[in-house]
Design a protein around this ligand. Structure first.
Ligand code: FAD
Ligand code: SF4
Length: 478
């Protein structure tokens, strides 16, 4: 059916292109795409063997009821599939797009394990919720009753927003503070638009705003407003600030122009996609167009940088990683995507320094081999002396990961307990911190992690905060 329509579309287009206005063509395309997507989703969903040992569900951090919504999708009962899917996931259309499914649900699908290729669970999840939005099945958030208690959430990333959703549905007054000018955290400014389209994030932000969540943006807590002031204004506080201190390359020449941080590079690109004026993008400082680009790092952020550089029209894109393919932290699926798009991975290499003066001209690359396992059991990379070479580069992107900022120091709250890595210490179930009424979720607790874990934390913390608010209210009433 979809193929027939596509043929008709092409024929009509060829015969009388001038008679078809652009709006009509795009409407036809949308219709064909929808039919095609519906067919693919039903096909994939019907491949689920309903095996009775849903490893996929066990390995989804949200324990989504995957077999049930696959069965309903295969039967064409999409609205019911959506209801089940959204019961455990605040943002299913986002997870469907950007979860590393090969490491989570799909990697544990028994059909995958038996060598027949996984059911594409993420794609079906995305399809179900996109369809729900199109058909108006995603209902506005309507609190059953208004409650007097208020919660302040610092950080409008997925952890903070997932908590805001649960708290607002329960009628709590919610204010979200964020230092960026738009909500969404790394969903908005970190993850590139080719993986996660920005309107998909913004429609969730608008849904929360329409439900009465108060967003105070451009507000850097610790500078524009103190943490104590926020605690004083709310009955409970959630810290969901993520991790933003970038690890830098410490090597001779690393201060040269043209050596940039991954998040600056990705944020500039994402801002451009919103139509913002971005001087450093327009000047070329954060734009890979026509350049020889070298990205240093092997995680998901590095993958996003190399794929963004390809899309910006880089002359060449190379990725240096100090271990080998099997030992890289990033998703293998992402590596494959990047390779297909023209990225060259140079395994077992690391920068020793940079050539050029004020402007970078090349990376002095040292070759590595894998040596004895370290305390964590991973083989440590060792330098092969005398094998250095220079890789010419006009733009070097450092994607070596992120660490937490020193929140107790920056916010003047030494009583806020942190781990030796600087992440906030929080109970793993309730997410309560060392400060009464203060909870913490997402990357600031886990270290750089995943969106789906931040969502899970946010949902759990919100439930714990509701219990805390109820308890403090009953104590006050006694
Ligand atoms: C480039 C990149 C790509 C990624 N790709 C993926 C992916 O494909 N799939 C996946 O699952 N995960 C991915 N991740 C990881 C994922 O984005 C994070 O794990 C997730 O966003 C963490 O959510 P969070 O709510 O804890 O923090 P964040 O999303 O980081 O949000 C924190 C928010 O807090 C705000 N904030 C921080 N400090 C303050 C302050 N002092 N005052 C006010 N506001 C403050 C920040 O502005 C930000 O908006 C990626 C990460 C990066 C960097
Ligand atoms: S939330 Fe992520 S891990 Fe869970 S089913 Fe969806 S795509 Fe898979």
């Amino acid at each position: 059916m979809a193929t027939q329509k596509m043929l008709k579309f092409v024929t009509v287009g060829k015969e009388t292109p001038e008679k078809r206005d652009a709006a009509q063509r795009s409407q036809d395309f949308d219709e064909i795409y929808r039919e095609f997507a519906a067919q693919k989703a039903a096909e994939q969903a019907s491949r689920c063997s309903q095996c009775g040992v849903p490893y996929c569900q066990a390995h989804c951090p949200l324990h989504n009821n995957i077999p049930d919504w696959l069965r309903l999708t295969a039967e064409g009962r999409l609205q019911e599939a959506y209801e089940i899917s959204q019961a455990t996931n605040t943002f299913p259309e986002i997870c469907g797009r950007i979860c590393p499914q090969d490491r989570l649900c799909e990697g544990n699908c028994v059909i995958e394990q038996s060598g027949h290729g996984t059911v594409t669970i993420g794609a079906v999840e995305k399809y179900i919720t996109d369809t729900a939005w199109e058909n108006g099945w995603v209902k506005p958030i309507l609190p059953a009753m208004e409650r007097p208690e208020s919660v302040g959430i610092i950080g409008a990333g997925p952890g903070g927003l997932a908590a805001a959703d649960v708290l607002r549905r329960a009628g709590v007054q919610v204010t979200v503070y964020d230092r960026y000018d738009r909500a969404g955290g790394l969903l908005t400014y970190g993850i590139p638009g080719f993986k996660l389209e920005k309107p998909v994030v913004m429609q969730r932000v608008e849904q929360l705003r329409a439900a009465g969540v108060n967003f105070i943006l451009n507000c850097n807590v610790g500078t524009d407003l103190t943490f104590d002031a926020i605690r004083g204004q709310h009955d409970a506080v959630l810290i969901a600030t993520g991790v933003y201190k970038a690890r830098d390359i410490e090597a001779p020449g690393s201060g040269a122009r043209g050596i940039v941080k991954a998040l600056d590079y990705l944020t500039a690109s994402n801002r451009k996609s919103f139509g913002d004026d971005v001087a450093e993008y327009d000047s070329g400082a954060l734009n890979a167009s026509g350049k020889r680009v070298v990205v240093v790092g092997g995680g998901d952020t590095a993958m996003d940088c190399v794929r963004t550089a390809i899309r910006q029209g880089a002359q060449s894109v190379k990725c240096l990683y100090r271990r080998d393919r099997a030992n890289m932290p990033g998703s293998q699926r992402e590596v494959q995507n990047a390779e297909e798009e023209g990225v060259e991975f140079v395994w077992l290499t690391a920068p020793r320094g940079f050539t050029g003066g004020t402007e970078v001209e090349g990376v002095i690359v040292q070759k590595m081999r894998l040596g004895a396992p370290d305390a964590s059991g991973r083989q440590s990379p060792e330098v092969i002396e005398g094998a250095d070479y220079v890789e010419p580069a006009d733009l070097v992107v450092q994607a070596l990961g992120f660490e937490p900022e020193d929140l107790p120091g920056l916010w003047g709250v030494p009583e806020l307990a942190v781990t030796r890595w600087g992440t906030i210490k929080a109970d793993f179930r309730s997410h309560a911190t060392s400060l009464p009424g203060v909870y913490a979720v997402g990357d600031i607790v886990r270290g750089a992690s995943l969106v789906v874990w931040a969502i899970r934390d946010g949902r759990e913390a919100a439930e714990a905060m509701l219990a805390y608010l109820a308890q403090t209210a009953s104590v006050a009433a006694e």
